[in-house]
Design a binder for this molecule. Sequence first.
Ligand code: CA
Length: 227
Amino acid sequence: MKILLVEDEKKIVDFVCAGFREQGFTVECCTNGNDGFQKASSRNYDVIVLDIMLPGRDGLSILKGLRKMGNATPVVLLTARNELDDRIEGLNLGADDYIAKPFFVEELIARLHAVQRRMSGERHNVLMVGDLCLDRMSREVRLHQQTVELTGREFNLLEYLMRSAGHVFTRTQILEHVWGYDFDPSTNVVDVCIQRIRKKIAVAEKESLIESVRGVGYRFRKAEVTR
Ligand code: CA
């Protein structure tokens, strides 16, 4: 896990960094809010651990700035005992969790793992491509907020391709995964099914979200998938 720690108290920085490194986390540290925001907004981290009272820009302002610019990196706030209002404001601003000082680094690490699990749950349950949204739990697909009626087979095929967007699957792989048994490899059921899905999720006249890769198979266009 790659973590950004923004905290100005050296004692806290030292024991948190030591605990993180012992866990095998990679940690970068900033001791003032301006540097913290700069790093948080320009680099990729799995989680940001953010103190509230900081020299320079304060933690809540950093959080607000990040969310405003669409940065959804999970944030865990470090709060002092008497900062109840800040804690509530922080959660309202989009913090994922907080921990009150003083704390044990083991507890902070447990919170980070929990936040990550939640994130990956959400990431993996809903796949989104522009206006196309596939929910793996409810097995619903929506385009422009309208439900797209897919058969079970079509849903499985679409999910299979979307889940590994950018990866080319051969017809045989798709057959085995979606139909689950050995079909005659010369069958065209995959192509027929792809054509049906394409019609149902056609977003515009432009090329389809599902690309044919000549002589190989099919792939979902990668650039448009966000998780
Ligand atoms: Ca502080």
